[in-house]
Ligand binder design. Structure first.
Ligand code: MG
Length: 207
């Protein structure tokens, strides 16, 4: 599957908004990651001397049919697949950018910063509004959440984004992370998983 833009949603779970000392958004908060950041299961997440680097487990929606100005009712008919996504973040760089009022692009968009599981057809998943999100580092649970706790659910996100930018087949929406984000150390084994959807396992390396 050829992937296009990755539209990421920030601060879409209340407890994560709190741990980031941020305020709950009135509308979905969007940023983009380049598709060049995508890696698959078993590949290595690499970061240089960029300070703290965090994991963020998320549900990814993969667009199957072009969506421009679609209603919430039509939204899911434009999503063909689901996947597990790990929104790797250079947290110190992001904090510096936030403080200066600058974009997050670099802190989120570096090569290997978008591990993603193999997408599965949305029809194979029972209920995308009740999926457990899990993230383990060296086998220890660090994040545990449920897609039912999103502030803006999948339909609202697809509809909202499509009001402003056309979603094309292969585009990805990363729907935000629950609480429990934590820093990675050289050699850590990171596993992001959503039972019923899949898992993506990667080793973290300082290079
Ligand atoms: Mg995220």
């Amino acid at each position: 599957m050829q992937h296009g833009k990755i539209v990421c949603i920030g601060q879409n779970y209340r407890a994560h908004v709190k741990e980031m000392r941020s305020t709950e958004p009135e509308e979905p908060m969007l940023f983009l990651k380049p598709s060049s950041a995508i890696i698959g299961d078993g590949e290595t997440i690499e970061a240089g001397a960029v300070g703290r680097v965090d994991h963020e487990v998320e549900l990814a929606l993969v667009i199957g049919r072009t969506a421009t100005k679609v209603s919430e009712g039509e939204a899911l008919s434009h999503v063909s697949h689901l996947a597990v996504f790990n929104d790797i973040t250079a947290r110190d760089m992001q904090a510096k950018a936030r403080k200066a009022g600058n974009p997050w692009t670099l802190s989120k968009g570096m090569d290997t910063f978008a591990p993603m599981s193999r997408p599965v057809p949305i029809s194979s998943v029972k209920d995308l509004h009740d999926l457990d999100l899990e993230l383990r580092v060296n086998g220890e649970m660090r994040q545990k959440g449920n897609t039912g706790d999103m502030i803006f659910g999948p339909e609202a996100l697809v509809s909202y984004i499509s009001r402003f930018m056309t979603l094309e087949p292969g585009d990805i929406i990363a729907t935000g992370t629950p609480e429990g984000v934590s820093p990675l150390s050289d050699g850590d084994r990171v596993e992001a998983s959503i039972p019923g959807v899949g898992a993506v396992r990667n080793t973290f390396r300082r290079v």
